[in-house]
Design a protein. Structure first.
Lengths: 280, 290
């Protein structure tokens, strides 16, 4: 009996917390499905739409270029992930496996970047990006490069890859070199395939971070056709001032891709093996 | 082991990452400090060298103190809750019960969803005639201007940050809980210790380093809050929900007061670097093998 009560109260608390975690979305979905004849400010509020309709979704879909935002987000997140994988692996390898002059300096310089929040240096980052003409007023390609480059590599990624290379037995390298590999071939053909699990972790967390990034794109972007999803969704507020049905429908629509990604990759997020990998 | 790589190989491998960090981290870092000694407020094209004048102005400005106070209030409210509540949830999830994966997914969901969507969802909950005010009136209280009353706005935004962080820290705690030896819990059960004493005497002491880690990470991220404020309140009403990053953004990109904004950024840098140093040298030594 005591055991039953204990389990019951644990489930009660967890169900409550789970509901609180998703309730803001539930309420947004509910609002997005309410037709014009239903008062969305009605007291008491009803979670189940009385005047059920998909019209808000089709309405917002026709007025807002979600496909465009989605493609922009994919280009930025895809490019950011790809560069992070390549640059982090390349930088992690010598830090793990080679002896050279200035190794300590390189190590601590990279470590120091962890302490520099982007928010504190964003103004000069913007000035540098302008100087390099990496903004969307020059061309779309330049705009995308400007969105990607400040996040093309992170200390987190470099240290993650360094850690992965440290775990490879040294005999692998010796064997490959004796077989006639160059360092370059050894790296790409032998070592990189062996650190695939770490690369996967880095890819997934970089993708999530880049996909949700809001501050930097809202600083650099000037053209609506270049908007990424978060910037586009924020813009809904201005477009539909107080039409909460449309704002709600648009917000939910924009969340679908990342939701699918999360459910497909959930074990990476909730297993706890990669604790602390996402930037809070 | 024989040295199979040439003299230049390590540098060539480090070069691409090094260039990116140089251009987008180190140069901007020093430029932030450099810019803080200039005055751009009279002309954006002809800044005047003013030495420490921006800092003097900063520390004589009531708005800056207000913003700094808001930032630390953010910290003092959000950090203890984010250090304790997710631990409590993690302990509950760590019991032998059904449905653990579902609970974890649902509680982690806010972490994954874009902060912009989260802020919009909460803005809708907080609407003057919204569902939250309905609940408030059910209890016989007067409805609250969650985002329009200067006494409430900051706390309403803090709630979003907390809500979005719980799942993230819960997972960190769950990983730490796996390392607590099971025998200790068994010993507690034999002694007939109740839930509270069991966790106060065994769990908490064992995962103290993780609690400290969560405290510093959440403090650092509280210092950097931006999107919630930008989407929900724009720092208003009357600067009541303005924190330092938002104020830097406003000064730099809306008022084009680059020098003043940079001086503030230097203050932010100093605070965050202090937290990070504590974090790196006390709690994450193993991660970087220092």
């Amino acid at each position: 009996m005591k055991r039953f009560l204990e389990k019951f109260s644990i489930h009660f608390v967890l169900i409550t917390v789970s509901l609180l975690s998703i309730f803001p979305f539930i309420w947004l979905i509910s609002t997005s499905l309410k037709g014009n004849s239903e008062n969305i400010f009605a007291y008491p509020p009803s979670i189940i739409p009385q005047d059920f309709t998909w019209a808000n979704y089709t309405g917002v879909w026709h007025r807002v270029d979600f496909i465009g935002y989605f493609i922009n987000s994919m280009i930025v997140a895809g490019g950011t992930v790809l560069l992070n994988l390549i640059l982090s692996a390349m930088a992690g390898y010598p830090l793990a496996r080679m002896e050279f002059k200035g190794k300590k300096i390189a190590f601590f310089s990279i470590l120091a970047t962890i302490m520099i929040p982007f928010q504190a240096i964003m103004l000069p980052v913007y000035l540098v990006t302008l100087k390099l003409h990496l903004v969307d007023s020059v061309s779309n390609t330049a705009g995308f490069i400007g969105l990607i480059m400040p996040f093309a590599v992170s200390a987190f990624g470099i240290f993650l890859m360094r850690q992965a290379f440290l775990g490879i037995p040294k005999e692998m390298e010796e064997a490959a070199i004796i077989d006639g590999c160059s360092v370059w071939q050894l790296f790409w053909k032998v070592l990189v395939p062996m650190v695939k699990p770490s690369l996967a972790v880095l890819a997934i967390f970089t993708f999530i971070g880049s996909w949700g990034e809001f501050l930097w794109p809202s600083i650099v972007l000037t053209k609506e056709s270049m908007y990424t999803l978060p910037v586009g969704v924020n813009n809904l507020q201005g477009m539909f001032s107080s039409n909460w049905r449309f704002i709600a429908a648009g917000s939910i629509l924009s969340t679908i891709p990342i939701l699918i990604f999360f459910l497909a990759m959930q074990r990476y997020f909730i297993s706890g093996e990669n604790e602390g990998a996402v930037k809070g | 082991m024989f040295k199979y790589y040439g003299k230049w190989a390590p540098y060539l491998f480090l070069l691409p990452a090094g260039l990116v960090l140089l251009i987008f981290f180190f140069i901007p870092f020093f430029q932030t400090v450099y810019l803080s000694f200039f005055d751009y407020s009279s002309s954006i094209y002809n800044p005047a060298v003013v030495g420490f004048a921006n800092y003097v102005k900063l520390f004589h400005s009531p708005v800056f103190y207000k913003v700094l106070w808001n930032t630390f209030l953010y910290l003092f409210v959000a950090v203890p809750i984010l250090a304790i509540f997710p631990l409590f949830i993690a302990i509950l999830i760590n019991q032998k019960i059904r449905g653990v994966t579902l609970y974890k997914i649902l509680i982690y969901l806010p972490v994954i969803v874009s902060i912009v969507v989260a802020a919009i969802a909460f803005k809708w909950l907080y609407a003057d005639q919204g569902i939250l005010n309905y609940i408030v009136t059910l209890f016989g209280a007067k409805s609250v201007g969650w985002l329009t009353d200067p006494n409430w706005a900051l706390y309403s935004v803090i709630i979003v940050t907390i809500w979005k962080g719980i799942g993230y820290y819960m997972i960190i705690y769950l990983a730490a809980l796996m390392s607590v030896p099971k025998e200790l819990y068994e010993a507690c059960d034999i002694d007939g210790a109740n839930f509270l004493t069991k966790h106060l005497t065994v769990t908490i002491p064992h995962i103290m380093p993780t609690i400290a880690l969560v405290t510093t990470i959440s403090a650092i991220s509280a210092m950097k809050v931006f999107a919630e404020i930008y989407v929900m309140t724009k720092g208003g009403p009357l600067n009541s929900s303005k924190t330092i990053v938002y104020y830097i953004y406003e000064r730099a990109f809306e008022n084009l007061d680059l020098g003043y904004a940079s001086a503030m950024a230097v203050v932010l840098l100093i605070i965050v670097m202090a937290f990070s140093l504590i974090n790196i040298f006390c709690f994450e030594r193993n991660k970087y093998q220092l």
